[in-house]
Design a protein around this ligand. Structure first.
Ligand code: SF4
Length: 245
């Protein structure tokens, strides 16, 4: 799937990507590592996403996922992450660099990884980093995340439908899905917060997003993340006409 015409339907992209990055219960991963974020977290870098964000540090792999990585069953992913955490005395785990939930198969894989880890390390937490598309689209998935010690971080990508489309490459009407995801997770008792790439938006634009959240009755913390300004990221932003605020 290397050539991507924007704006695209992210649900269709999700489905197509899942076929490439899942093989039965196994998913494609490129790396397992100790990362400094959140004060230290055992991290698995998976491949494949429903969006293609201009600032994605994993852009090349997510653009053409079939060319990279190796398939791992959930038990092996959990084992590798547990080894890293025990060696570094970490109590946090995550999957990043991709969208962990592309459809049912990748969701089942993720849940199996989380269950294995949290059963083995009962005092740990799993931070589920997601773009919220599938959790907003298939609301029944949220209920299956309702086990203790999973905390969900939803990246909203834009402050409105237009900026969402520019950043993600996905059609503007899908802007709502991450917000629906947050509301649904809250309704079923799952802890969740929102994140936005703060470097791309001015204070008034961020204020606009906060107003939208308030109007929709969404009361959530909003984390502002910083851009990892690799040269290819700056070039992708320039090509999409996105400036740094
Ligand atoms: S949602 Fe995340 S993983 Fe997917 S393209 Fe955007 S930044 Fe990359």
């Amino acid at each position: 799937m290397p050539s991507v015409t924007m704006p695209f339907d992210p649900l269709r992209r999700s489905e197509e990507t899942e076929l490439l990055v899942m093989n039965g219960r196994d998913r494609l991963y490129s790396k397992f590592r100790a990362a400094p974020y959140y004060g230290g977290i055992a991290t698995a870098d998976a491949i494949g996403c429903s969006f293609l964000c201009a600032y994605c540090w994993n852009y090349g792999r997510n653009e053409d996922p079939a060319r990279f990585g190796k398939f791992y069953p959930p038990e092996n992913v959990a084992r590798k992450l547990l080894e890293i955490a025990r060696k570094r005395s970490f109590s946090l785990f995550r999957v990043t660099g991709s969208e962990p939930i592309l459809g049912e198969a990748s969701f089942d894989h993720l849940v199996a990884v989380m269950e294995s880890i949290l059963n083995a390390e009962p005092r740990s937490n799993f931070i589920l980093e997601t773009n919220g598309l599938m959790l907003g689209y298939k609301k029944g998935l949220a209920q299956r995340l309702n086990f203790q010690r999973v905390i969900v971080r939803i990246a909203v990508k834009g402050v409105d439908p237009e900026s969402f489309e520019k950043v993600t490459g996905a059609r503007s009407e899908f802007f709502d899905y991450p917000l629906i995801a947050l509301r649904t997770l809250r309704q079923v008792g799952v802890r969740a917060w929102l994140a936005l790439m703060g470097d791309l938006f001015s204070e008034p634009q961020i204020g606009e997003l906060k107003r939208t959240l308030k109007e929709r009755g969404i009361d959530a913390d909003l984390e502002l993340e910083g851009l990892e300004a690799y040269p290819f990221v700056l070039e992708n932003l320039r090509r999409r006409g996105i400036g740094i605020a």
